[in-house]
Design a protein around this ligand. Sequence first.
Ligand SMILES: Cc1cc2nc3c(=O)[nH]c(=O)nc-3n(C[C@H](O)[C@H](O)[C@H](O)COP(=O)(O)OP(=O)(O)OC[C@H]3O[C@@H](n4cnc5c(N)ncnc54)[C@H](O)[C@@H]3O)c2cc1C
Length: 504
Amino acid sequence: MKTHTKLMTFTIAILMSTCSYAADKIISTDVVVVGGGSTGLSAALTAAQGGASVVVLEKNPYLGGSSAFAEGLFAVESEYQRAASHGLTKDEAFKHIIEFNHNKIDNSLIRNYVNKSADNIAWLNEQGIDFRLIQISPEEPRVWHIIEDREHFIHGGALITALQQKAKKAGVKFLLRTPAKKLIYSDNKVTGVEAEDHKGNKIVIKAEAVVIATGGFGNSKKKIAEWTEYNPETFLPALPLNKTGDGIQMAKDIGAKTEGEGLMVYLAARGAGIIPMQGINAMSWQPTNLWVNNSGERFTNEAVAFSFGKAANSVGRQHGNMAWAIFDDASVDYATHKGIDQGIGVIVPTTTKLTGLRTEIDNALAVNSDGVKTASSIEALAKEIGVPVDTLKKNFNDYNSYSENGYDAQFVKDHKWLRPLNHGNLYAIKIMPNHFTSIGGLNINTKMQVLNQDNQPITGLYAGGVEVGGLYGDTYTLWASGHAYGFAIHSGRTAGTSILKEIK
Ligand SMILES: Cc1cc2nc3c(=O)[nH]c(=O)nc-3n(C[C@H](O)[C@H](O)[C@H](O)COP(=O)(O)OP(=O)(O)OC[C@H]3O[C@@H](n4cnc5c(N)ncnc54)[C@H](O)[C@@H]3O)c2cc1C
């Protein structure tokens, strides 16, 4: 393949330079990767390091997708865990993940992923990426490998720049602002993609293998409405990343099978004057709050806040997909001086002292925020948040009596998180489900080959990352913190390796 590779690389160079002003360009390469996030870059680098010529198409003017904003990867039995004497085994992790998802997932895919997860971390080490180990909450094991900052880039940004540099060195060509539009397909075989550059030129990339890694459909309200059970008007994306399900759609158009489309939901404080992922948001995640829905009823054990997906499920099923997190002045003082009991990942770590919280609350109140309210009594707070006074008062009094007795007869919250709300003013923050990304999509096998309606691989077509199915039941597996990022690397590497075997 070496001579072939050189020839192909040469062909790419010639065609790209001679055709730069032509209406149509044709590029020939061994592999075309659609999407320049962590899945795409891992696939591209693996294939290029194995001697293949590779072109990466990226829709945005920059690489990285949501991988550039994410923080850490799941792995088990890594060197970092060995150094920390963390005893969780691959077998235990595998069994737990299957159980967490009620067996609604692909056991073989998960088994391979868990088994290879430590090796994926070691491979990233070889690419110059370092990690530190974190336990995201008391309920999850110590499996989250946080990417260390590098060359002024933090977390995911550091990983993306490292892989990009390595890929460039290995000869990978990047075409930015050049979204793939259509797969070239006939007789159950994919032989390339059609793309369009920012000037509207149509580019045909002929390839022996295509890897779809476009990061899901989280920024398409239309596809969320059509493909999932969620309301796109209330379940909002964390970031505007322009990810509109292109890869899944292109594969569906040629007969690919899909499963498990959903969202990686988390809980967000929502309203005017609230800065995302800062103090008010962190305060709304505290297990010591009282949560009520818009009828004024308590509806769950609020310590579910330790697991952001389950917390968003709980709030998401309330009328209007919303609730209020209620706390008092003593809670604000505790968060300010003692530090929070539940952090927002590594963005606002657990034990952070929210020294700016009172100012953030005052600023939100000053703009008459619809998401932050305060009052000196529960009756007045009920009016502020628009719920029936008598219902809220009863729920509030019941909650305080459970807290004083140290036993939550209603939803059995651990006594550690039961603190009566009877000091000073009361506050309420509106909480609603957001999502980090979509999950689910294309059916694949363990080689990351995309399957057709007859469960057979479509020749030449591979996929990975957050747009494949078989990984989650209905809720993101936060127990295996970093599951999506770890799988992005795993699936990218696996697709690259599978392709090298196929085309040699
Ligand atoms: C704020 C935030 C924090 C997160 N933190 C974590 C975390 O710590 N751990 C974790 O496991 N997960 C986390 N996630 C989820 C994260 O998205 C996934 O883990 C993973 O990074 C997804 O990788 P990917 O390669 O599949 O998609 P992406 O990284 O999104 O890459 C997809 C790429 O495809 C491009 N693209 C789209 N359409 C086309 C097209 N038609 N043609 C060409 N290119 C196209 C996109 O522009 C993008 O660059 C987080 C997400 C967010 C938003």
